[in-house]
Design a protein around this ligand. Sequence first.
Ligand code: AMP
Ligand code: GLY
Length: 424
Amino acid sequence: MKILVIGQGGREHTLVWKLAQSSLVEKIYCAPGNAGISQIAESIPMPEQFTDLVDWAESKNIALTIVGPEVPLAEGIVDVFHERGLKAFGPDKRAARLEASKDFAKQMMMKNNIPTAAHRTFVDAEEAMAYIEDYNAPVFVKANGLAAGKGVIPGRTFKEAAQAVTTILVDKAFGEAGDSVVIEEELIGEEASFTVLTDGTYCLPFVSSQDHKMSHDGDTGKNTGGMGAYSPAPVITPELHNDVMQRIVYPTIKGMADIGRPFKGVLYVGLMITDAGPKVVEFNCRFGDPEVQVLLPRLKSDLVPLLMACIDGTLEQHTDVQWYDEAAACVVMASGGYPDSYQTGKVITGLENAASIQGVNVFHAGTEQDGENIVTAGGRVLCVTAVAGELSDAIQRAYQGVSAIQFADAHFRNDIGYRALERD
Ligand code: AMP
Ligand code: GLY
């Protein structure tokens, strides 16, 4: 079959890489893709109108479209494919609200007794200020809408929290995403990412993973889309896994179905493992990036039938999913300055040397072809991923890969996986 993947980051490169291994797949297209994706799939431009993309998909007999990022999902791209009778993987617009509005997610959780941080939502800056003055810091101040993982600002002191409210509600640093602000109590514990595939009823859990959201070593700096990840995350014990499925995942899927918003696709639950048990930090309606870079290299089974079963409502026929025992680690190489402003167009060298290291795959996140050269084209540039029998070896291999690659002002964290290693 012919497959279309939508997106241009490391997540989509990883999806295309995995799909290319399926015996069911004859050709993969990617809109708009990147320089790495173009080595294994045909990149096509992303039209402005979803209907134009559907016309194109129809003309090419695309059997399955997989939507990588949250923005087109929130804008209803899957609805447009379904209206035309084409199969598209991912939640529809009504279900994608779970990620697109933090306030919606909070209300859904409260209604269904799903453990999460206490919160209040405000549209008025003065009211928000009065609340944080009353409430003792620390808090987390969040733009309600989509902000590429950057709309969450810790308010460790009243001053910081007040500044965050101003940045979001008054200065509109995140545009419309900041028309309202969610202020949350701080959750204390270790974070983990929990990924499930769902057809709206049945949920198929993936192996666990953990990412590193802060830009600098020791979890300092600013929140980013993610600077690295590893799998498995030892914090998720088998007992905790069952707890998350019973108290969080199934109530969420049922809660969405109950309000006429059945959720089909990837449910990504960002968790904080607190002393009082796992609590939800956020929901995403798509694969985590860079989490999927460490999940798919561990998946032995073909991904295509699983994604099709989510669309067709037959996921419970796929309880026999196979995983490799190896661990995986991924180190993100970013442009200097990310997540603030950064330059692009820097020539990247050493990609082949890195890829020749045993167990290493270099997934492109923000790259483009410029004549003979591959150059930087985004904040996160590359995700250097490695698998090995032990997590410590996977991390070491990933860093060997990083050392083989050069571009000007490259920035990466040196401590990916430190929490898991500390446990050993
Ligand atoms: P989010 O985009 O909501 O996942 O927030 C980004 C990151 O901010 C999370 O991965 C956490 O590291 C941190 N964070 C968000 N909300 C909280 C909270 N209530 N307590 C502690 N940390 C949080
Ligand atoms: N790595 C976190 C995310 O994909 O949102």
